[in-house]
Design a protein around this ligand. Structure first.
Ligand code: ATP
Ligand code: MG
Length: 420
């Protein structure tokens, strides 16, 4: 029997997992600086949560969810995204009653979408996301966007751009909706069956259709920009003003429609502009969702957030031919020759580790040369060599790999010597 990793998923192998850890560490530390606290929610939720919030007419709900009936006959779904679960938790735990508002949260973990596998698109992928719930101050929109941009910058990415739009409030969207229906309905027969269903239910979704992308009516469709009411325009202006204050450049794209129903006002994506990047250039998506908490039975609690996938961030780094500067390395590798030396080496290894020194020794009974090669491969900063003489004298040969300098030190002096 030959088992393989399921289609659309991947094993994160040890020569790559350290990069994931670097990204997570950077993202967590930035959240920490911005005073966002981690929240962990289950990997599955009631199916209805996503149907109601992400939206019945979206690709995610219609085609991409991993839904199953559990043994208690309940319909459950592996989470396709993180916002609905976080807001569910916000409402359930009455976080709207917390003294400090907005409630600022971040999460990371696997998401599941049954999609066609391609570069940058997986069926299980890891998102890092942020949600600020409880405030509709445009400054918090700018904060969330700035935070996302900073994650990319701190990883070393430079070929990125921010694309911004406003979806407006309900009144603006309703006006736009009527205009869209009027625009598409005479020719709706030329569109895919999904779009035909979307026309009455949610015509905005038509603009996000991947099948009818090239239809000429797409280009002439009424733009939301022309339907923003005064309040929505004023809000958008304030968000842009705060982005200016923060020194963040953006590109305005009136056609940016996010793939989830719960967004209003601010919508944004961060894209890779690197030539080396594949067809999918969106690294991060986010926006404001003022009605979401109410939609799932809570009090009004305006929120804004984003999610990025670590897979695409790492692909973007590769495309820019950038890597983290702090590749894993060892402080010390112990080379031993003979059984007595091996025992001594093992004892020293324990001491080094107790002192927090990243260290390793040979467990394959290899010749000295092979052990030295291992030390090189593992990027050891120092090598300790122990032979029979050293055991008898209770010393070791300590070699610095940076300058090749070697000296004899007693076992007692060793830690002090290494910490220099
Ligand atoms: P797309 O248009 O690429 O399908 P989306 O609008 O479905 O993206 P969101 O739901 O906004 O994506 O998710 C936010 C981010 O999560 C995306 O910008 C992307 O980085 C990442 N993402 C989404 N789907 C996948 C996937 N199948 N594999 C890897 N990353 C993904
Ligand atoms: Mg998608």
């Amino acid at each position: 029997m030959n088992f393989k990793v399921p289609r659309g998923t991947q094993d994160i192998l040890p020569d790559v997992s350290w990069k994931w850890q670097r990204v997570e560490k950077i993202a967590r530390s930035i959240c920490d600086v911005y005073n966002y606290k981690e929240i962990r929610t289950p990997i599955f939720e009631q199916t209805e949560l996503f149907q109601r919030t992400v939206g019945d007419t979206t690709d995610i709900v219609q085609k991409e969810m991993y839904t199953f009936t559990d043994r208690g006959d309940r319909s459950m779904t592996l989470r396709p995204e993180g916002t609905a679960p976080v807001v569910r938790s916000f409402v359930e735990h009455k976080m709207f009653g917390y003294a400090d508002q907005p409630v600022k949260l971040y999460y990371t973990g696997p998401m599941f979408r049954y999609e066609r596998q391609q570069a940058g698109r997986y069926r299980q992928f890891v998102q890092f996301g942020v949600e600020a719930i409880g405030s509709d101050d445009p400054a918090i929109d700018a904060e969330v966007i700035e935070l996302a941009m900073n994650i990319y910058k701190k990883t070393g990415l430079s070929d990125i751009k921010l694309v911004l739009n406003s979806l407006g409030d309900k009144e603006s969207r309703d006006a736009h909706r009527e205009a869209l229906i009027a625009h598409f309905s005479p020719n709706i027969g030329e569109f895919c069956s999904d779009c035909q269903n979307r026309l009455e239910k949610n015509p905005l979704r038509i603009l996000d259709c991947k099948v009818d992308r090239e239809h000429p009516l797409m280009k002439t469709a009424p733009s939301l920009a022309d339907y923003l009411n005064e309040e929505s325009s004023a809000y958008f202006e304030k968000v842009k003003n705060y982005l200016d204050i923060a020194g963040i450049e953006y590109e305005y794209d009136p056609n940016l429609v996010r793939g989830l129903d719960y967004y209003n006002h601010t919508a944004f994506e961060i894209m890779s502009t690197s030539k080396g990047f594949g067809a999918i250039t969106t690294l991060c998506g986010g926006g404001r969702y003022n009605g979401l908490a109410e939609e799932i039975g809570g009090p009004p609690a305006p929120g804004i957030g984003f999610a990025l996938s670590i897979e695409r961030l790492l692909l973007a780094l590769e495309a820019e031919e950038k890597s983290f500067t702090d590749e894993p390395s060892l402080d010390v590798y112990i080379v031993t020759l003979g059984d007595a030396a091996r025992e001594k080496g093992f004892e020293i290894l324990g001491k080094l580790r107790e002192n927090g020194l990243r260290s390793e020794m040979d467990y394959m009974d290899r010749k000295m040369k092979a052990q030295m090669k291992s030390a090189d491969r593992l990027k050891a900063h120092h090598v300790i060599v122990i032979g029979e003489d050293e055991v008898n004298e209770n010393v070791v040969q300590l070699k610095s790999m940076a300058d090749g300098e070697q000296k004899k030190v007693t076992v007692d002096e060793l830690i002090g010597e290494l910490e220099k």
